[in-house]
Design a protein around this ligand. Structure first.
Ligand code: PLP
Length: 337
């Protein structure tokens, strides 16, 4: 099977497993796991941020960040298809007792003007806007990337209105590689950044939240309450260190593979719209002669797995367990449909 359902389907490589086996560990709840401490320090330094905390999932790092930036009754502004809003089980309401202003962005991206227009006035009828949460790359936007200039403009709006700015950077390294940016540029803009190690970077488990010393200190308390305090987590952190050292630059291969498959899809009469392919995700509409569910089935008969994400859309995600040969096979299968 060639699995394009998600970049979470990657399995640790032999080199990564070896790094995990060799990890020096301790009790991380006591702050005594040297490998977790090294991973946290490594990422914080990379982004020029003060501190970091290793967590089991990206949902947890996002939810902890939102809880740090809000008090009950507040409102969070985000795109209407944000992971924090549609894929985290209503966590903003459940964990932070906050409401959401869901904004219709451009393939998952908000403009500074949209953000400014969505901030509630100081009016007792309205929830207090306290946080803006952005996603880069935007999953449901087809892996779309922000422009740094727009992010800086949004930062300005946050300064002026005394709002916190969080980044769900589950696939931030895909954006950084695709747009040839530097991690520090993001560290300067955001109050907190969540990074997934278990997506394109290929680790089995783990996400990291970055922020100021004070924010991460509060995050440690919330992580414990959420049940995310882990003990000898260094075995997992070692996979993260290995991924940061070996799997970042190669993300460009995934992007190239995505462009090749998208080009093959573009030639088919049953493919209507393909969202611009900027990174490792292809989202396209299937209509006419073939129904999306039928497309998924036909691919599956050829040992290729893809997902129908809505009544009309199919998603293909590239990752490090998909080889050049697998991409060639996939293109041949598409050509024959
Ligand atoms: C995968 C993902 C997350 C985190 O998901 P977990 O499965 O909880 O690690 C957060 N945001 C986006 C955009 C994602 O794609």
């Amino acid at each position: 099977m060639i699995d394009y359902r998600s970049d979470t389907f990657t399995k640790p490589s032999p080199g990564m497993l070896e790094a995990m086996f060799k990890a020096e560990v301790g009790d991380d709840v006591y702050g005594e796991d040297p490998t977790v401490n090294r991973l946290e320090k490594m990422l914080a330094e990379m982004f020029g941020m003060e501190s970091a905390i290793f967590c089991p999932s990206g949902t947890m790092t996002n939810q902890i960040a939102i809880k740090c930036h809000t008090v009950p009754g507040d409102e969070v502004i985000c795109d209407h298809m944000s992971h924090v809003y549609i894929y985290e089980g209503g966590g903003i309401a459940l964990n932070s007792a906050s409401s959401v202003r869901a904004v219709l962005g451009d393939n998952g991206r908000l403009t500074a003007e949209q953000v400014a227009d969505s901030i509630n006035p100081d009016d007792i009828h309205k929830p207090r806007t306290s946080l803006i949460s952005l996603e880069n790359t935007a999953n449901r936007g087809g892996g779309s990337c922000y422009n740094l200039t727009e992010l800086k403009n949004i930062r300005e709006v946050c300064f002026k209105n005394n709002l916190a700015l969080h980044l769900d950077g589950a696939r931030l390294f895909n954006a950084i590689v695709a747009k040839n940016e530097k991690p520090e540029e993001y560290g300067q803009i955001f109050d907190s950044i969540s990074i997934c190690l278990s997506k394109g970077l290929g680790t089995p488990i783990g996400s990291v939240l970055l922020g100021t010393k004070d924010l991460i200190k509060r995050a440690r308390r919330i992580r414990k309450v959420f049940g995310g305090g882990m003990r000898q987590a260094g075995y997992l952190a070692a996979a993260g260190i290995y991924a940061l050292e070996n799997n970042i630059a190669r993300l460009e291969e995934d992007h190239e593979h995505a462009r090749l498959i998208a080009a093959a899809l573009a030639k088919k009469d049953f493919v209507a719209v393909i969202l611009p392919v900027e990174t490792n995700i292809i989202i396209f509409e299937v209509s006419g002669r073939i129904h999306p569910v039928e497309f998924v089935e036909k691919m599956r008969e050829n040992e290729i797995r893809v997902t129908a994400i809505s009544k009309t859309q199919v998603r293909i995600v590239l990752h490090l367990d998909v080889t050049k040969e697998m991409v060639s096979k996939t293109i041949k299968v598409i050509e024959q449909l």
